[in-house]
Design a protein around this ligand. Structure first.
Ligand code: PHB
Length: 396
């Protein structure tokens, strides 16, 4: 029975591959866009979709009459079975030319084999576990890896602090962040005094924070997925009095994600993070991006790092459409992706590494400060320039 089901999928995908080449001759490019609109941190999906739509709106004139249709689907949070099913439907039934989106690593991993079998290029605009891009030659990533932020964070922290405790969500990006930070921190002479992996959904925060408090580290380094989970960490850090006990909170920028800062309150002040994107960055390209966002979506709205990954991913897709005059060949598309760069993205200069199809970008040390009455991730130093995914370098 299992075998029959599998054969059915392969046959359907073979059909889809033929169908995709038919679709390619039409002048509408279909993007199957899978992200989270419900479930854990389900508020994040719109930060991605809005970026895609805004980029397309600004640049559709450059496409010489080719139309781009965005077909959006809700994967309901970290839910690989649902993501796989949606990707299959998008490929087989909707005959999309491209797949894109995805907040969560398990979902990206589930979609990867479908991209390979159907030869549908898949642009990852968030999910950040290093291994993902190795799972299909049809994946290119415009977001980040946790190694990119957490390794330089560990190196930087080792110069300021003697002891650290690591707390991460127990799934792919958490494991990467834990390993990368510990490597950077201990190589620099720091000592890890504790390390804990907490459930992705609804952990007993108070119990974990109490454990950290009892261990009295100089710093608590946290990775949890951006969104509401980040605010839960802040609240419990403060409620259990870790700040008053003199423990410094640090992490990759996911823990001070721009859209949640207004919900976090003063406990976030002074939190130090390393990341590739801040809405408060004063690069002209970022100011233009944030201004366009506010004009389109309202003065109180702010893009976040998921928006930046989706904005740049859409720029890369638009380039592939332009170069092929609207007739997308999957292998040619991947070649274009591999050689794509933008010296002037909102996050600074970026490029795709042709060997790994992963993003190359700067990493900035930031501090949460009050700017014009509001909390902001203020970039204070560039701690890594043109950083390639360190995991791919170390694991070679
Ligand atoms: C992921 O699942 O890869 C992920 C999710 C949220 C983040 C970072 C990474 O903030």
């Amino acid at each position: 029975m299992k075998r029959l089901v599998k054969l059915g999928v392969v046959a359907a995908l073979a059909f889809a591959a033929t169908a995709a080449s038919t679709a390619a001759s039409a002048q509408t490019i279909k993007i199957g866009f899978i992200t989270s609109y419900s479930g854990l941190n389900g508020n994040l999906g719109p930060y991605m979709e809005r970026a895609v739509r805004l980029y397309l709106k600004q640049h559709e004139k450059e496409l010489g009459g080719v139309k781009v249709e965005l077909i959006t689907r809700d994967d309901t949070g970290p839910n690989p079975d649902k993501a796989r099913q949606l990707a299959q439907e998008l490929v087989v039934r909707d005959r999309v030319n491209l797949l894109a989106g995805v907040v969560f690593t398990p979902n990206a991993m589930a979609i990867a084999p479908i991209a390979t079998e159907a030869k549908v290029p898949f642009v990852i605009m968030n999910a950040g576990t290093s291994v993902i891009t190795t799972r299909s030659p049809y994946i290119a990533r415009t977001s980040f890896t946790l190694w990119q932020s957490s390794y330089p964070l560990g190196q930087w922290a080792s110069k300021k602090f003697k002891t650290a405790y690591s707390l991460v969500s127990d799934f792919g990006p958490g494991h990467d962040s834990e390993e990368a930070f510990a490597k950077g921190f201990t190589e620099g002479g720091g000592k890890m005094v504790g390390s804990v992996r907490v459930p992705l959904q609804n952990p007993d925060w108070a119990a974990y924070m109490q454990r950290v408090k009892d261990a009295k580290p100089d710093v608590l380094k946290v990775f949890i997925p951006a969104g509401k989970t980040a605010t839960a960490v802040m609240k419990n850090f403060s409620d259990l009095g870790l700040d008053k006990a003199g423990i410094k909170l640090i992490g990759p920028g996911d823990i001070t994600t721009d859209e949640e800062l207004p919900n976090m309150g003063d406990v976030a002040l002074g939190v130090l993070t390393v990341h590739h994107y801040s809405a408060a960055a004063d690069r002209p390209a970022n100011k233009a991006f944030v201004a366009a966002w506010k004009k389109e979506y309202g003065a109180n709205e702010t893009p976040n790092f998921l928006s930046a990954g989706s904005w740049d991913g859409t720029a890369m897709i638009v380039e592939a459409i332009k170069q092929q005059k609207g007739k997308l060949d999957p292998d040619r598309t991947m070649e274009i992706f591999k050689n794509w760069k933008n010296p002037n993205s909102p996050r600074g200069p970026i490029a795709i590494d042709p060997e790994t199809r992963d993003i190359v970008q700067n990493e900035y040390l930031r501090e949460v400060r009050r700017v014009g009455g509001q909390l902001a991730n203020v970039e204070i130093e560039t701690v890594g320039t043109a950083v390639k995914d360190p995991w791919k370098i170390f694991k070679k």
